[in-house]
Design a binder for this molecule. Structure first.
Ligand code: SAH
Length: 395
């Protein structure tokens, strides 16, 4: 592969940019009650506001259980609009919709809502840009702009739930059932806010979105300390590990974080997660023609995962602008699947929704789409990374 493909530095610490205005979804229930009391209102109004937020009600005029003369002030203080739609793009006969959001400081992120016969999944962003520098990923090529706040992440899921409830996608009203952290960013590099988001997703309505643990998936490049931390937290969501190569030599180049935490360490951490949660983890593997799709690599991957509580999700590479790589041809895909299955490893090939609107995995690159909004890449310090990733600005 060319030098240009590996030139980006790894970035752990998000640049400090303007912190979004305070939002109820960033606060604990106690903090929200205190904030409401400070506004001279009874504390239970915090619960009323939460109910409106998680139902996707944004217009104070519709919050009729709040006193008319206090609605505006309460909503302004605790439910500021953090996500502004720049545009929606639809594909797959109106069943996939990508939304480009502008944040308070002009940063741009995307989310993708996908409707299937039996479920509706939203793919959300946890950071603006990404610091993990994977050369085949459009977001990875942008660099990291900043971490999203919990409210900014949760807001994407709430908007998707409201869009489903309102029948904004083809097929009539429905229910958001799944959330995957496979949009822009590395969720485990923004750990505290992602954890807060998990709480909001899993908390029963009306104080959260009431999703089940198995229908929420956190996807990571393999930040081992953060996987271990997630293992201890007891929110048994599904874990997806973006492996993309079974051997360190290749993975060092495809997933540069591998230079810090090797294949073996990542798989060990995922195994520990599976033991603790009883939940199968998924191994993501983008099939890239003549790069990682050789039969011997299928066999290596099969040996690595045989007997483990894991399944492999193969994603034919979604080509990104400027990249010399493309998807493995079908015969190579079939051979790869056959070898994994022969090794006893459950394997599926992902259907790639939204390709024609650049809404498929690894294609999200919001900053490229609107002129004048630069993304900022900051060189990684030469010291060892802190164990508490993303600790900056934490609660
Ligand atoms: N940072 C997280 C989540 C974001 S990407 C992670 O890496 O897991 C979600 C998935 O899409 C990851 O498995 C990622 O490796 C994969 N992906 C990235 N670019 C891709 C591309 N061009 N084609 C196919 N999959 C891609």
């Amino acid at each position: 592969m060319g030098d240009a493909m590996t030139a980006l530095p790894l970035v752990f610490d998000a640049p400090r940019r303007g912190i979004p205005p305070r939002h109820l979804a960033d606060l604990t229930r106690e903090e929200a009650r205190a904030a409401v009391a400070e506004l001279g209102q009874p504390a239970f109004r915090a619960d009323q506001l939460a109910r409106h937020f998680y139902r996707g009600v944004a217009d104070p005029a519709q919050m009729t259980d709040l006193p008319a003369d206090a609605r505006e002030a309460l909503a302004e203080a605790l439910l500021p609009g953090l996500l502004t739609v720049v545009r929606h793009q639809t594909a797959d006969n109106g069943r996939t919709r990508k939304t480009l959001w502008r944040l308070h400081d002009g940063a741009l992120v995307e989310s993708v809502l996908m409707r299937y016969p039996d479920r509706a999944t939203v793919c959300i962003s946890s950071q603006a840009g990404c610091g993990m520098a994977c050369p085949f990923c459009a977001t990875g090529q942008q660099g990291l702009t900043r971490n999203l706040s919990a409210a900014e992440i949760i807001g994407q899921a709430v908007a998707a739930a409201a869009a489903m409830a309102n029948g904004e996608l083809d097929g009539g009203p429905g229910r958001l059932s799944n959330v995957v952290f496979m949009g822009m960013g590395e969720p485990l590099a923004n750990y505290p806010r992602v954890r807060k988001t998990l709480d909001a997703l899993l908390t029963p309505a009306p104080h959260g979105l009431g999703l089940s643990q198995r229908s929420v998936t956190v996807s990571t490049v393999g930040l081992v300390p953060a996987i271990r931390r997630l293992t201890e937290e007891g929110r048994n969501v599904t874990l997806a590990v973006s492996l993309h190569a079974p051997d360190d030599e290749l993975r060092d180049t495809l997933v540069p974080i591998n230079t810090r935490w090797k294949v073996g360490e990542v798989i060990d951490a995922a195994d520990a997660y599976a033991r603790k949660t009883g939940r199968r983890y998924s191994v993501e593997y983008a099939l890239i023609r003549d790069v990682n799709d050789q039969p011997f690599r299928a066999d290596l991957l099969g040996r690595l995962l045989a007997g483990k509580l894991a399944h492999v999700n193969l994603i034919p590479l979604n080509p990104t602008p400027g990249s010399p790589w493309d998807a493995s041809p079908l015969p190579a895909q079939r051979e790869f699947v056959a070898r994994l299955r022969a090794a006893g490893v459950a394997t599926t090939v992902r259907d790639t929704r939204g390709q024609d609107i650049d809404g498929a995995c690894g294609q999200l690159a919001a900053a490229d789409q609107v002129a004048g909004v630069p993304s900022v890449a900051v060189p990684v310090p030469s010291v060892e990374p802190p164990v508490e990733l993303g600790a900056e600005g934490d609660e």
